[in-house]
Design a protein. Structure first.
Length: 201
């Protein structure tokens, strides 16, 4: 199986603790609906199968309970937990993974990642405008990249960017400057809400 033979599934990463925000980021609204719902709605337009990554203690939370779930097996390794749980659920699949807190994300941006899939690439990601490195939380993780992530986690290393630093990872320029802006703190959220491109509904 070449990388592009792998079926592409979608995963919204919503298992975080939102410690810096002080509120559940998945439930924050930047428009007419909670951000988790908005992220899922965008992602499901470009993949046949879409899931939400959750911790075990979030399964029955009313918002997350609306969606097909994949439950993290660990809670101490950050977003790697969601990616590895998805890989365990469908090891033959590639996963288009997006964080739940990207309110400017649109389907056109995701389509650019999908169009860039080619045999020989273990992952497709956008290049950060801040440091030029891969943006791991809006990226296509082919099975090979997820296998590498599993080996890295087994060695006690949980960062995602190191997995996306190889020569067989394709990095794309951001289609628009702020499309992957996110909000980790109340100040970040206020800055995003000030952007005129957002629908305040």
């Amino acid at each position: 199986m070449t990388f592009t033979d792998a079926p592409l599934h979608g995963l919204v990463l919503a298992g975080g603790y939102s410690t810096r925000m002080g509120r559940d980021k998945a439930q924050l609204s930047y428009g007419r609906q909670p951000q988790l719902q908005a992220a899922f709605a965008v992602l499901q337009t470009v993949v046949a199968h879409c899931h939400v990554s959750v911790r075990a203690d979030q399964r029955d939370e009313p918002l997350r309970a609306r969606f097909p779930q994949i439950v993290d097996a660990r809670t101490d390794i950050g977003p790697a937990a969601g990616l590895l749980a998805a890989h365990a659920a469908a090891p033959e699949a590639a996963w288009l993974a997006v964080a739940c807190d990207l309110p400017l994300l649109d389907a056109d941006t995701l389509e650019q990642l999908i169009a860039a899939r080619e045999p020989g690439f273990a992952a497709i990601a956008f290049r950060s405008a801040h440091d030029g490195l891969a943006e791991p939380l809006c990226a296509i993780w082919e099975p090979l990249a997820l296998q590498r992530l599993q080996r890295q986690v087994d060695d006690g290393r949980y960062g995602l960017r190191s997995v996306l630093a190889g020569d067989d990872v394709r990095l794309l320029p951001l289609p628009t400057p702020h499309v992957l802006d996110n909000a980790n703190t109340p100040d970040d959220r206020a800055a995003l809400l000030r952007r005129s491109v957002l629908d305040h509904g």
